[in-house]
Design a protein around this ligand. Structure first.
Ligand code: PHE
Length: 340
């Protein structure tokens, strides 16, 4: 029996089979166990001798099982190490890296260009009050110009005031003039909101605003500064500019600026040409705005301008629909070279 069981132990191909052999020999109904039980019916002398012999069998079987178990476990570990080996020399799987969005790209470029002209970046809150967004900017109460902006209003507060999502970056002019003394030279990039949506309007869009206040700042400075910007941004040597008289409550005189361009076979080229494109609004800061901000219009004067970030990005990259900026479509980003 001993030889038979030990042979079976040594032939067990894996741990499960080994356990079956163990149960078959040493388990409750195992063959070795059954043999031990037979001791009960023997006379004392025979039982003593047979008992010792049987214990030796039992120990030998148990030892053989332990040895086999250790060997099988070692073999299994080796097999697993071989299976789970990592080949560090394999080439890596291709990975798609994140890339910068055209809005962020344009934002950074514009900030960099104006920084070179000595403009500091200023920012203000997206949620504004009527004073900063309208009143201090010389919008008369109940004036239709307030409606022009398709304002998103927030629910009225307990104190009766009604906040709003800023409709332009101009409120930051007010915050800056009230907060620091001239000379002022700031660029204000930021999000703006108007209740409007079509090919060229989205409820949220970006503007950047320039403001320069000093004692002798005049329209020539405004023009020089804008042409410097347009040439740097569109990367062309010279761009014709046209100042068309316009109206904004917070500037006087006010102008809209067109830049020269040409269209050949549907392709838009910025620079000399026989066509014009409107790109921004600007003007000399209105004396009423200076006064509302605590500045004496007899001493200080300055200019301001505001433009749409998406608009100039659309012109540079030939993007026809404003809404696509906010759709997060990878195919679109790839098409315009903004993603790999
Ligand atoms: N805030 C104006 C707008 O959103 C643009 C502007 C800014 C015009 C500064 C003049 C001066 O339409």
């Amino acid at each position: 029996l001993r030889a038979e069981v030990i042979a079976a132990v040594e032939k067990a191909p894996d741990l499960t089979a080994l356990d079956e052999v163990r149960v078959g020999a040493l388990g409750k109904k195992g063959r070795v166990t059954a043999l031990m039980k037979s001791l009960g019916g023997m006379d004392p002398e025979t039982r003593k001798q047979a008992g010792q012999a049987m214990n030796r069998v039992k120990d030998a079987v148990a030892q053989a099982i332990e040895a086999r178990r250790a060997a099988l476990e070692a073999a299994e570990l080796n097999a697993r190490l071989a299976r789970e080996r990592v080949d560090v020399t394999l080439p890596v799987r291709p990975e798609t890296a994140g890339t910068i969005h055209p809005i962020s790209q344009t934002w950074d470029e514009v900030v960099a260009i104006f920084a070179q002209m000595g403009f500091a970046v200023a920012e203000g809150p997206d949620i504004e009050d009527d004073f900063h967004n309208f009143t201090a900017l010389n919008f008369p109460p109940e004036h239709p110009a307030r409606e022009m902006h398709d304002t998103f209003f927030l629910p009225e507060r307990p104190d009766g005031t009604r906040h709003l999502l800023r409709t332009h970056t101009s409120p930051v002019q007010v915050r800056t003039m009230r907060g620091e003394a001239p000379p002022i030279r700031i660029l204000v990039p930021g999000r703006t909101y108007r209740s409007d949506s079509d090919m060229t309007h989205t409820p949220m869009f970006h503007q950047f605003e320039g403001l320069v206040i000093d004692r002798t700042t005049h329209m020539g400075h405004l023009k020089g500064c804008l042409s410097e910007f347009v040439e740097a941004y569109f990367e062309v040597d010279s761009v014709p500019m046209r100042f068309r008289p316009s109206f904004f409550p917070f500037t006087e005189p006010s102008a809209e600026v067109d830049i020269g361009c040409s269209r050949q076979g549907g392709e838009l080229r910025i620079g000399a040409g026989d066509d014009w494109l409107e790109i921004l609004g600007c003007g000399m800061v209105h004396p009423n705005v200076l006064k509302a901000c605590g500045l004496d219009p007899e001493v200080y004067q300055g200019f301001a301008f505001g433009m749409g970030l998406e608009r100039i990005a659309m012109l540079k990259y030939g993007i026809p629909d404003l809404r696509t900026f906010f759709e997060s479509d990878l195919r679109w980003l790839r098409h315009y070279g903004f993603a790999a």
